[in-house]
Structures are given as structure tokens and as C-alpha cells.
Write a protein that binds this ligand. Structure first.
Ligand SMILES: *Cc1c(COP(=O)(O)O)cnc(C)c1O
Length: 341
């Protein structure tokens, strides 16, 4: 047994015993294998370092009541990984290879998947970087695909409590830039606005659509959703939003399980009065209820700054119930791994 205080886990790096590594060279992937070395040895001229040629994913493994481990919609992460990679001219990674690497890493580190009931999960980080000796501006001659994982705690220790967000004066992505793919450059661009928001005691910032700055687009590293006063689930649509798998799962659950109308549509900043609840969603944050939004001098309050809204709470319970294996999942959403004792 590993010696970890599961209740004190946050969201910080922890070196677990095994990670997966595979190299792409001369047009093909090698076999790939697990390794205990958590250092990457790459050329100083690697395009990932100079020109940001890299993409990543984030997903979680969940410990079920019976001790087995659930993976949530990892085929969707595999697809998005390739969409991100191809936008930056990186080689295709077979979806089977992606999913096999994740299963290998989770099983090899299974003792680090937090026990059921602690609220903790195992966060899994697949990464693709362009490496090799190369100095022109162009695609790298070689690539490294790696997957590592670490146990993480409940994002909200006090349960679902609404927090406040700040409308950013910056953009995180250009209108037809790389906003829709999961690449490090978007995050480098969002570090300053995110830090400024946190300094002012906001949870994070909210980005507006980069073209007109009139519509809500993204919440830091999560997607935005609202519940309208006539009980509709609404989430913004735009070519520069990262298509969150959590968001698409909530769209489905709102419609199929809660019987709501669920749509992707514009959410105008001057029409926030239409919403009774709002939230941010993503793998890391799961669902973060939004209490209020600061826009310049104006502060808009939703449902209640103190309490989570009833629809947001229902969606949260449905989602985590499915992820931890307590509620029946829609077909194909869960990959269940049995741990050999
Ligand atoms: C990863 C990510 C999300 C959340 O996507 P999920 O698939 O739900 O984890 C949202 N916004 C950005 C910018 C992201 O990088």
C-alpha cells in the first residue's frame, strides 16, 4: 500500500512510479513502453521548446465502489489529441495506441488511484512534443508521445460552492487561431490574465469572443454553461472555444437525463439576466458553480453567491455518479479496468 493522505491531496505534481514513452522517427511510431525515468532528454533545438509545437490532453481515472477503475470517454480525448496535433503539423497517433498507453499507465500505477469515497481521482496527462535537431521554422523531425499520471484531490473541498470570475481584457486565442485545440501556447497566453484575476481574488477570468468582445467564450481552462430562467441548458458556440468533453457530456445529460432543452448558442454579455445559474466545466474542475461575474465596474450575480443552483447540482451529481460507476453510463462512455490483486 502506498502511504498517501488522500484527504490532503490538491492538484500538484507527484511523481508516480511509471509513465509511458513512445518515439516517432522516420515516419513511424516505435513500440512504446513504460519507464520509471520522469526526465525527458531532448535536443536543445526541439521545436516544442522554440515554437510551441506541442499538444496535450487531460483525463481522469475514477475508483469505483468495487475497487475497479473507470476511465471516462477516453476515445474522445484520443480524437481531440489528433485534432490538436494535426493543427500543429504533428504526426497522427492511432487512437488505439493512445488508449492502450493510458490503460498501461493507470494499471501500472493503480495503487495511486485514490480510494472510492475520498473524492480523489487520478489525473492523466498525455503529451505530444516536437523534438530533434532542427533549426528552421517547420515541423519537427521527431516526436515524443508520453503519458504520466498523479493522484489529485477533490477540486472543491467544501463541496460545490459558487465563486466569482472576472471578464478579461485579454484574448486567449485569435478568432481562427488555435483556440479550438489543446495546445500549450493558448495556456502561455492565458497565464498573465489568469494571474491578474486571481490576485484580485477571482477564481479565474472569463474570455470574450475575440472578434467582437460581446459574447462569453471560455472560462480560463474550462467551458462556460448557463441555465436560463426557462430551464434551458445553454453553452456558447465559437470556432475559438476548446470543445470540452465535459461540456458535451453535460449537453447530453441535460437533455436525456434531466429532460431539459440543451443548446449551443451565443451567450451575450448584456443578456446575463436571462440566466438563473452559470458554471464552468472541464475534467479538472468537473463543475464549478459561478456565483458572480465582474465586468469592468459592474458585478452580475447569478442564482446565489452562497449556494449552488439546483440544476447545476443535479448535473454534477449525474456526471460524477456516472464517472465513479454509481449511475448507469450512456453506452460507450466508460472503460472499466479490473485491478489484479
Ligand atoms: C481541456 C480544456 C477544457 C476542458 O475540456 P474537458 O475535455 O472537459 O476536460 C476547457 N477549456 C480549455 C481551454 C481546455 O484546455
Amino acid at each position: 500500500m502506498v502511504n498517501i493522505n488522500w484527504d490532503e491531496l490538491g492538484f500538484s505534481y507527484m511523481k508516480t512510479p511509471f509513465r509511458y514513452l513512445s518515439h516517432w522517427k522516420n515516419g513511424e511510431w516505435d513500440e512504446g513502453s513504460l519507464t520509471e525515468d520522469n526526465q525527458l532528454h531532448i535536443s536543445e533545438s526541439s521545436p516544442a521548446l522554440h515554437y510551441g509545437q506541442q499538444c496535450f490532453e487531460g483525463l481522469k481515472a475514477y475508483r469505483c465502489k468495487d475497487g475497479s477503475i473507470n476511465l471516462f470517454r477516453m476515445d474522445q480525448n484520443a480524437k481531440r489529441f489528433n485534432q490538436s496535433g494535426s493543427r500543429l503539423m504533428m504526426p497522427h497517433l492511432p487512437e488505439e495506441k493512445f488508449m492502450d498507453a493510458i490503460k498501461q499507465v493507470v494499471l501500472a500505477n493503480h495503487e495511486y488511484v485514490p480510494p472510492y469515497g475520498t473524492g480523489g481521482t487520478m489525473y492523466i496527462r498525455p503529451l505530444l512534443i516536437g523534438v530533434g535537431d532542427f533549426m528552421g521554422i517547420g515541423a519537427a523531425p521527431e516526436y515524443i508521445f508520453t503519458v504520466f499520471c498523479m493522484p489529485v484531490g477533490l477540486y472543491f473541498k467544501g463541496g460545490l460552492k459558487p465563486t466569482n470570475f472576472l471578464i478579461s481584457d485579454y484574448d486567449r486565442a485569435a478568432p481562427v487561431g488555435t483556440g479550438a485545440v489543446k495546445v500549450g501556447g493558448n495556456y502561455a497566453a492565458s497565464l498573465l490574465p489568469g494571474t491578474e484575476a486571481k490576485k484580485r481574488s477571482f477564481s479565474d477570468c472569463i474570455y470574450l469572443d475575440p472578434q467582437t468582445h460581446t459574447k462569453i467564450e471560455e472560462v480560463g481552462s474550462a467551458n462556460f454553461f448557463g441555465i436560463t430562467k426557462d430551464n434551458q441548458f445553454i453553452t456558447p458556440t465559437s470556432p475559438s472555444i476548446l470543445p470540452s468533453i465535459t461540456k458535451y457530456s453535460l449537453l447530453y445529460l441535460a437533455k436525456e437525463r434531466l429532460g431539459m432543452e440543451a443548446i449551443e448558442d451565443d451567450v451575450y454579455l448584456n443578456e446575463l439576466d436571462k440566466l438563473s445559474e452559470a458554471g464552468a466545466c472541464g475534467t479538472a474542475a468537473v463543475i464549478t458553480p459561478i456565483g458572480g461575474i465582474q465586468n469592468g465596474e459592474e458585478f452580475h450575480v447569478f442564482h446565489s453567491e452562497e449556494e449552488v443552483g439546483p440544476v447545476t447540482e443535479k448535473l454534477y451529481n449525474e456526471l460524477i455518479g456516472i464517472q465513479f460507476g454509481d449511475i448507469e453510463a450512456p453506452k460507450g462512455w466508460i472503460t472499466n479496468l479490473t485491478v489484479e490483486k
